[in-house]
Design a protein around this ligand. Structure first.
Ligand SMILES: Cc1cc2nc3c(=O)[nH]c(=O)nc-3n(C[C@H](O)[C@H](O)[C@H](O)COP(=O)(O)OP(=O)(O)OC[C@H]3O[C@@H](n4cnc5c(N)ncnc54)[C@H](O)[C@@H]3O)c2cc1C
Length: 343
């Protein structure tokens, strides 16, 4: 919607906090910003296709994949279908976007990535509609631009913490934990459901991205960059700015960071327990965890567990309790960093 340095603080510097950025962004959202840009008259400026025709997907660096099997509506027609369908439910977006088992969000991210729908059209539709659902959704579109802006002004975030004071954190998490997390065998059904959804569909619900990322970094103590790379390889809607921003948010190293600790996020998520458990059960139908009482699904194995149950492929990682004991026996990497910051 805006150039990366069009929405700046009064001092002319880039924002680093989302809410004031969003307020400034919304204040600039006038008719001119929302109007479709005329493109036909500029068509002559486009590169002419060569005699050899359009380059193939492979030449462009993509591999052929299976959007039909994924039942992903493709192209501009597919984007239009998704958009029209979402407009029927946008008023419920604020509540339903929190529930992974409910079709609450727009699923338009892959179309925004590939340009098969216009961001201006989406913003115009949300802006024209009164109500909390549309306002919440417009705010998500602003998050997208916020992370573009962060990446533009701070290109170092690609491989470094945005908050320099956290650049030196060491992550002692074992490679086997990372592997188990990637394979959806971490032992926490909500986390595993998200990872299996990613593996099978190339998509993961936003709340599950938040939970799985936080879990990897703050419970398994694995460097966020490993998780970021895994998402980059798997997500059909992969976007460097949004993915990096999301991971740095989860790791609390970013411009915006998760409130409290990762475990508080994970504990909060199951409060919508029924639909979330339903989502987990759909994605991990063979997990032994789903043959037990659904009310306990999200707690993992708990403190009293004598050890990890056989799970999925049999590859398991130590329980949260065990990890916490390991963590307690040495200084937490985060605590270390905070101490360093104060001194
Ligand atoms: C760890 C992590 C990694 C992520 N990686 C990506 C990524 O690679 N690509 C990507 O597009 N989004 C990413 N997101 C943001 C978000 O999860 C997805 O945009 C969203 O799940 C896409 O589903 P949707 O289109 O139904 O979203 P909706 O809820 O319908 O939102 C509408 C649009 O707003 C934008 N949006 C929504 N939330 C965010 C957000 N937190 N940050 C930036 N833009 C947002 C997206 O373009 C999205 O399509 C990531 C989030 C986290 C926590």
């Amino acid at each position: 919607m805006f150039e990366r340095d069009e929405v700046m603080t009064r001092a002319g510097t880039p924002f680093s906090v989302f809410t004031p950025y969003r307020n400034a962004w919304l204040a600039r959202l006038d008719g001119a910003a929302l109007r479709a840009h005329p493109v036909r008259e500029r068509a002559a400026a486009l590169a002419r296709s060569s005699d050899a025709g359009s380059p193939s997907l492979e030449v462009l660096g993509f591999q052929r994949t299976n959007p039909r099997d994924l039942r992903m509506p493709t192209g501009m027609g597919g984007a239009r279908t998704l958009f029209d369908e979402f407009m029927q439910r946008i008023d419920r977006y604020r509540e339903q976007r929190d529930l992974p088992a409910v079709r609450g969000s727009s699923y338009l991210s892959v179309h925004l990535r590939f340009g098969t729908i216009s961001i201006r059209e989406l913003a115009r539709a949300a802006h024209a509609r009164a109500g909390g659902g549309a306002a919440a959704w417009l705010s998500e579109l602003v998050w997208r631009e916020f992370y573009f802006m962060i990446l533009h002004h701070h290109p170092g975030v690609v491989d470094r913490a945005f908050r320099a004071e956290y650049g030196g954190i060491r992550y002692p998490g074992d490679a086997s934990y990372f592997l188990a997390w990637c394979q959806g065998c971490a032992g926490y059904p909500l986390v595993d459901a998200g990872m299996r959804q990613l593996d099978r569909t190339g998509y993961m619900h936003n709340r599950l991205r938040m939970v799985t990322a936080s879990f990897l970094v703050k419970d398994l103590l694995v460097d966020w960059r490993h998780g970021e790379r895994h998402f980059a390889r798997k997500l059909n809607d992969y976007d460097l700015a949004a993915n990096n921003g999301g991971w740095q948010w989860a790791a609390s190293t970013g411009a915006m960071h998760s409130p409290g600790s990762a475990s508080s996020i994970r504990k909060r998520s199951p409060s919508a327990s029924t639909p979330t458990a339903a989502s987990s059960a759909r994605t991990c139908p063979n997990s032994p965890a789903f043959r037990t009482d659904t009310s306990t699904h999200h707690g993992g194995w708990g403190r009293s567990s004598s050890g990890p149950p056989a799970y999925g492929s049999g590859r398991t990682i130590p329980s949260r309790w065990w990890i916490m004991r390991r963590r307690a026996s040495g200084p937490s990497p985060c605590t270390g960093a905070r101490r360093a910051e104060r001194s």
